[in-house]
Design a protein around this ligand. Sequence first.
Ligand SMILES: *[C@@H]1O[C@H](CO)[C@@H](O)[C@H](O)[C@H]1NC(C)=O
Ligand SMILES: *[C@@H]1O[C@H](CO)[C@@H](O)[C@H](O)[C@H]1NC(C)=O
Length: 192
Amino acid sequence: MWHFRLWDVQDVAVFLSVTLCVCHLTAAISISSSQRNLIRSVQEDVFFSVDVTCSGVPTIQWTFMSGAESRSIGTWQPGAFPNISVAYGSRVTACDNGSLGLSDLRLQDGGYYVVSVQDPAGNSRDVGFVLKVNEVLYEDLQYLSVTALALMVVAGLLMLTVWLLHKACRKIQASRRRRQMPEHDATELQPL
Ligand SMILES: *[C@@H]1O[C@H](CO)[C@@H](O)[C@H](O)[C@H]1NC(C)=O
Ligand SMILES: *[C@@H]1O[C@H](CO)[C@@H](O)[C@H](O)[C@H]1NC(C)=O
């Protein structure tokens, strides 16, 4: 009898936990994402990859936050036309699984990105991403090449100057040799 009652209690517990688990699963919104910290360079693209699942059709909203600033990027539902904020326009790609693509990155795009998913019952869940946007390396390279070019121009000018001076020296030497005639000394010593 005692043994039978123990088994009964266990059975009820298992039944309860399974029921709770199933309820929890059906009510929950899940947002799976692999990478939450992304680093890109200016002019590159970024893709915030998520896979949203919930009971019913979710409403996906992406918001950008940086310092005290917070602005909406876009709101959409899978299969429907996305409502993208004018400030982002054609730079945004809205995916049915909730993912957000942002192209032609600017330095100001660096910050915190939040995806907020709401199910038809009004439950919602947020997941945040951090994006760091670095200045383009090729700007440094450009600076270096401009410096190198400037140095080459200066070197070229110096070489030209040296060559011209050398030529001028030879001319002066030649004319001096020509002037070293007896009558020349006489003209030099002429009184005013
Ligand atoms: C979401 O969808 C996009 C394009 O449809 C795909 O590239 C991306 O890998 C998907 N993300 C996940 C986490 O499934
Ligand atoms: C699009 O979103 C903005 C706010 O982000 C809202 O004011 C506007 O009414 C929305 N447009 C549509 C068609 O839902």
